[in-house]
Design a protein around this ligand. Structure first.
Ligand code: ATP
Ligand code: MG
Length: 871
């Protein structure tokens, strides 16, 4: 059975048990600060489990893209080393939201595996939670009894909290679980060691394939458990592992999920998989990582230097490094594998097809730049090696290589080993942990448990229509971090405050207390479906009623910039073409930023027509047409453009200004005329194939023109109010150029006369014509003087020292015949003399230069050169 068929059968099976089949949510989490990437099938459904949102369907099944490279679930270091952990993998799941529970979940899992997929019952084991004293939980005898109906007791094993109590993270929904394990060893091996002794022992052929979690609890910040309002089922089966079992191979990489990618890597790198453990690991790492990176890019997460983007960059760099070190690939090649992914997974994940060009370009550009960095690191490492006589370099130096050049520890030690050297690993590790604790301390946020004042979980957002409202606080909690200090997050029963999201900044404003005092709301954010209002202090009585008032000025600037962003998007697609796709945006009170796919720099003419297009729409005074609460499924059917970020169960909103229609949850002006004016401030590249435009509107545009006008007036005044300002600036420039040329001429004349003086003062030392000169000219002029003298005098040893604005420069010229007969070497001599000017340099045997920061040592350097010749 092919992997495509296996996926389909899974979904069909649960469809036949009344499950609604839904699409995978995007890999990157947008509204959950506690989790960067989806790391389990249940993440997108977290709000349903916590009772914070009503599910549309009580039973759902899907295949969810997961990424386990950070936080509680991090498999990165295993990937490639073993044959069954991936960074990105598909998790097949069936879900019950307060509907069926343990009995059905167990019966259906068993039916699917043994009857539909016909997996041998005698190769399967299941585990059941044994209970836990600390959490006061008993043995899960319910699950045990249900399993007993299907499988003999000796194949049901007890498991501890670590393996059989599933938790998403330090906080959140959790519950006991039952895992299904499979033993795919040969019969001989099975006879030697019973499979039940190898369950949960990290044996590569006795592995977990499916985890059935019975969600009943919420883990609170203080570590205690509370019962959830309802009981749910959350199951997760590793798709690639299932394929391995059904296709009767012993490694995920031998299934047809990975086969074509591996074939392609073999062809490109001219290696054969399965011949050598080192190259095999490298091939597995690359085959795995390219999937993670490609899917992240397709879901809108480009590699970058911070946050989720940095995690993606690190995964890609790990792949590049393995290619560089073990497959000897010094040129970009990983990007080519994206083609295979498209034909492999395109049917189920259309984003990988529609974003193919972007994936290609971004990976290629990343490969280029990291390979360059690796090259620079190599040069640096070379110089460290040649400047030491020791066999061991310091851990600090090796760490510096790692930190600034991304030069990994194993690569450094590999290169050193080739020269019979090594580095101080203990010191390296110490530096590493110092750095880690520095960044941990900077990022740590302590979050208290919610104080619940009312169990009103439905929270209404009324900010599209109102900027103030009478509200009640339904829950609040304290959060503390080094960066922001102590803050409180307040949740209201209803709110006019827009939470940061969809690129738009969160609202600011204040709460008015009944006694007239105010508490400022500094920011508004969203966490899952809760809208959090950030304040510095709590009101004395949080149960009273408040007036919540949004800062009108601030919000109206944001709205102006947001609507302008839509018009800009329309302008780009009109002027540049419909290949333009939004890749990110940031809308705040001071301006807007829009990132989009396009493959070349925009010309001044293009920028002008884009600006004109937007301003024309502003002048047309187009009214807003808004449509709220369109179910995602419906919007999709009507052909609306899908942006990344929506997931099953969401409703969307359409925003229309004339011909511009977008799915958007942000806030907008009622009429384009409110924007007043649109001005582009910059256009640049942020990644290969991605451009960024920054622009301003409204007040900011007005201020900009006022400032320009003022500056223009000042320049005019300085130039004594000429009739033609441009002409008079051009005249100034011309005059300046003429003067520069004249100075150059004068310098040449001066050099010629220096030259004559210098020749007159030459000394003869041991048959060498020695000329030492202290002249305060630049390095170029000094070189000219040296070469001109050499044209007139044989057997020349010339050394020049100059003090240029406090910087010292040394220049040495030695006639070719002296280099040969006396084996003098300008490069070596200047390196030695460098210490007098506290600097260094080098060069060829006949010509070399050095720079330093101590001009007072120049004289000494010249004297030392004489001494060298005397000896
Ligand atoms: P393991 O102990 O093998 O790491 P796990 O306990 O971390 O597994 P769960 O969190 O229960 O696994 O995830 C559910 C299923 O997802 C597992 O049964 C397994 O089939 C699959 N799975 C988990 N991690 C990975 C991974 N890194 N790559 C591929 N499949 C995975
Ligand atoms: Mg794991």
């Amino acid at each position: 059975m092919t992997s495509q068929e296996i996926r389909k059968q899974f979904l069909n099976f649960f469809a036949s048990k009344q499950h609604e089949i839904v699409q995978s949510a995007p890999l990157v989490n947008k509204n959950d600060p506690s989790l960067m990437f989806v790391n389990a099938g249940m993440n997108p459904f977290k709000e349903f489990f916590l009772g914070q949102k009503e599910p549309v369907y009580p039973r759902v099944a899907d295949t969810q893209k997961c990424l386990r490279v950070s936080g509680k679930h991090n498999d990165l270091e295993e990937v490639g080393m073993d044959t069954y952990h991936h960074t990105m993998f598909e998790m097949l799941g069936n879900w019950s939201f307060g509907d069926y529970f343990k009995e059905e979940a167990i019966a259906w899992a068993w039916e699917l595996l043994t009857e539909v997929f016909k997996i041998d019952k005698n190769s399967l084991y299941v585990t059941v939670f044994e209970g836990d004293k600390e959490d006061q939980l008993d043995f899960d005898h319910e699950a045990y009894d249900f399993w007993k109906k299907h499988i003999p007791a000796e194949r049901i094993l007890k498991g501890n909290k670590k393996d059989n109590f599933w938790e998403m993270g330090a906080q959140g929904p959790c519950g006991p679980c039952s895992e299904i394990h499979i033993d795919i060893r040969s019969d001989e091996e099975k006879a030697l060691t019973p499979g039940k002794d190898l369950v949960n022992m990290d044996h590569p052929l006795v592995i977990e394939i499916w985890n059935l979690v019975f969600m009943e609890f919420n883990r609170r910040a203080n570590g205690s458990l509370e019962k959830l309002p309802e009981k749910h089922v959350d199951t997760g089966m590793g798709f690639e592992r299932l394929c391995m079992v059904i296709q009767k191979v012993q490694s995920n990489y031998d299934t047809d999920v990975f086969h074509p990618i591996i074939r392609e890597i073999e062809t490109i790198t001219d290696t054969v998989y399965g011949k050598n453990e080192k190259t095999d690991v490298a091939i597995r790492v690359i085959a795995d990582h390219v999937r993670a990176v490609a899917f992240a890019i397709a879901d809108g997460q480009l590699p970058s230097n911070t946050g989720a983007g940095y995690v993606i960059r690190r995964i890609l760099r790990r792949a590049i490094r393995y290619g560089f070190t073990f497959l000897n690939k010094k040129e970009p090649f990983i990007y080519q594998l994206a083609n295979v992914l498209e034909s492999q997974m395109g049917e189920n994940f259309p984003e990988i097809v529609s974003q193919k060009n972007l994936i290609h370009n971004v990976i290629k550009e990343e490969e280029h730049s990291f390979l360059r960095t690796l090259d620079q690191g190599l040069i640096l490492l070379d110089s460290i090696i040649s400047n030491t006589t020791e066999k061991r370099i310091s851990g600090k130096k090796a760490f510096e290589l790692y930190d600034t050049y991304g030069f990994p520890k194993d690569l450094t030690s590999l290169i050193l080993r080739e020269r019979n050297m090594d580095f101080d690993e203990a010191e390296f590790d110490k530096e590493m942990s110092k750095q880690k604790s520095r960044s941990r301390a900077a990022a740590a946020v302590d979050t208290d448990d919610w104080n619940i004042l009312s169990d009103d979980v439905e929270q209404e957002f009324i900010g599209y229509d109102y900027l103030q409202a009478d509200v009640k606080i339904t829950r609040y909690r304290k959060v503390s971090s080094k960066k922001d200090g102590d803050m409180y997050q307040l949740v209201f029963n209803l709110t006019p405050f827009y939470p940061e999201g969809g690129g738009q900044a969160g609202d600011k404003g204040y709460l008015e207390l009944s006694n007239g005092n105010v508490i400022y709301i500094l920011d508004t954010k969203k966490e899952n479906n809760l809208i959090l209002h950030y304040v510095r202090s709590l009101p004395e009585d949080p149960t009273q009623k408040f007036k919540a008032i949004v800062d009108r000025e601030y919000r109206s600037r944001i709205m102006s910039n947001h609507t302008a962003t839509h018009l800009l998007h329309q302008a780009l697609r009109t002027v540049l073409g419909t290949h333009v796709e939004q890749k990110g945006s940031a809308v705040h009170s001071k301006g807007l930023r829009f990132d989009f796919s396009h493959f070349s720099k925009l010309s001044p003419e293009e920028l002008k027509s884009i600006e004109n297009f937007v301003n024309a729409r502003i002048q047309e005074n187009i009214s807003l047409e808004e449509n709220r609460n369109v179910p995602l499924e419906e919007a999709k059917k009507s052909g609306a453009i899908m942006l990344f970020g929506e997931k099953y169960g969401d409703t969307v909103r359409t925003i229309k200004f004339g011909q511009s229609t977008e799915l958007c949850g942000g806030s907008h002006v009622k009429n384009t005329g409110d924007i007043w004016h649109f001005k582009i401030m910059s256009e640049s590249a942020i990644a290969s194939g991605i451009r960024r435009i920054e622009a301003i509107t409204n007040d900011a545009a007005r201020d900009y023109y006022f400032e320009q006008d003022e500056a223009y007036g000042k320049i005019k005044a300085v130039l004594k109010n000429p009739a033609d300002l441009l002409k008079s600036v051009q005249n100034l420039q011309e005059e300046n150029n003429k003067l520069k040329k004249e100075i150059e001429q004068l310098n040449k004349l001066k050099a010629a006369s220096f030259k004559d003086d210098l020749i007159k003062n030459k000394k003869e030392i041991n048959g060498v014509n020695f000329i030492g000169a202290l002249l305060d000219t630049d390095a170029g002029s000094m070189k000219n003087i040296a070469f001109e003298i050499a044209g007139e005098i044989d057997n020349l040893f010339f050394i020049g020292g100059s003090n240029l604005d406090g910087k010292a420069i040394l220049t040495i010229y030695i006639s070719k015949n002296l280099v040969e007969t006396k084996s003098l070497h300008a490069g070596n001599i200047i390196r030695e003399l460098g210490k007098f000017i506290q600097g260094g340099g080098g060069g060829q045997p006949f010509f070399a230069t050095a720079g330093g920061k101590n001009p007072s040592g120049l004289k000494q350097a010249l004297d030392e050169a004489e001494k060298i010749l005397e000896n």
